[in-house]
Design a protein around this ligand. Structure first.
Ligand code: FAD
Length: 289
């Protein structure tokens, strides 16, 4: 099913997973997916070759998602991709029934200054997809606190607008712990004419070092409540995780009161922690836990 169709009927609920590294088996992730399906997600997104590694393995995951009767969203980047290769990838997606892609520039591998492909930015990739394979439903990334490499918040929003002009169907946001900043972003872009449905990406707080690394590498702010958790548990991963999960439950509640069209959980393939958080937030679970 196309994500636009889902969004036309309800607020979507979905998960992101990442594929195994090259040479690693799929089975552990298939087990994770079986657990995540118990929350009846509207779709599952799978990342694409972040940092230039394991590029292309996402198709195996999307295939399994579709075969299990669920909707998949494949991330799709223009890192190192020429036009012909990108068409081949799109056709391989469509051949297995993928109807949704997230058009991204991609994280540039260390030492790269550009994509080394035919497109420098996601808006160009998006226009190409819409021209060559118009039946695909295409989402784009958005940054509530500005993309870390953007010259300014204003220019970043202008590029988001050009993604809308080039035919984007929805936007999914980067992690943002500061829900007030998220609300300001939404008000600002709506005021500037960005009408795309917004699917809020939520990064659960589970691991201290990982939380710090992801937050800083994306240039995101740390609200006082999260900063206290980070400061309070420097040496106790279990206490940090417990407090982080409780915090994430509160973040979910805040997001759901935030005028979003969809909630997308960055699962990090951690189904046990994610299940506990979602049950804590009152989500229904097929096993009725
Ligand atoms: P762009 O839209 O191209 O923006 C990149 C920078 O260039 C921004 O600073 C922007 O302001 C600027 N810019 C945009 N358009 C133009 C233009 N036309 N001319 C000049 N400057 C411009 N990465 C992966 O490698 N694999 C993944 O699977 C993946 N999944 C993601 C999922 C989500 C929901 C999000 C939010 C990010 C994901 N990323 C992934 C990370 C993403 O690839 C990086 O954030 C990347 O640095 C930017 O991608 P983008 O599509 O936003 O790029």
């Amino acid at each position: 099913m196309k994500i636009t169709e889902i969004l036309s009927k309800k607020r979507s609920f979905s998960f992101e997973v990442f594929p195994p590294k090259d040479g690693q088996p799929l089975e552990p992730l298939l087990g994770v997916l079986n657990e995540l399906y118990k929350f009846s997600p509207d779709f599952i997104s799978c990342t694409y070759g972040a940092g230039g590694t394991n590029k292309g393995r996402n198709i195996e995951i999307c295939d399994s998602v579709i075969k299990s009767g669920h909707t998949s969203l494949s991330h799709f980047t223009c890192i190192g991709g020429g036009r012909e290769e990108l068409i081949e990838v799109m056709d391989s997606y469509m051949a297995i029934g993928i109807e949704n892609v997230l058009a991204l520039r991609g994280d540039l591998p260390d030492g790269w200054s550009g994509t080394r492909g035919d497109f420098a930015h996601a808006d160009e990739l998006l226009a190409f997809i819409k021209e060559k394979r118009p039946s695909l439903c295409v989402g784009v990334a958005a940054y509530p606190e500005k993309h870390i490499q953007a010259d300014s918040f204003e220019s970043d929003i202008e590029y988001l607008k050009s993604k809308q002009t080039n035919g984007a169907d929805f936007m999914t946001t980067q992690l943002c712990h500061d829900i007030d900043a998220f609300d300001r972003f939404l008000e600002l872009v709506r005021g500037k004419g960005v009408k795309l449905p917004v699917i809020a990406g939520l990064m659960p707080v589970l691991f201290r070092e990982g939380t710090i690394r992801m937050t800083l590498s994306n240039g995101c702010s740390v609200p006082r409540e999260l900063s206290e958790i980070i400061g309070r548990y420097p040496d106790s991963p279990a206490d940090f995780k417990k407090a982080g999960k409780e915090y994430t439950v509160r973040q979910i509640e805040r997001f759901l009161n935030s005028g979003i069209d969809g909630l997308h959980i960055y699962s990090m393939n951690k189904h046990e922690d994610i299940s506990e958080i979602l049950i804590g937030a009152g989500f229904e679970h097929a096993a009725g836990v």
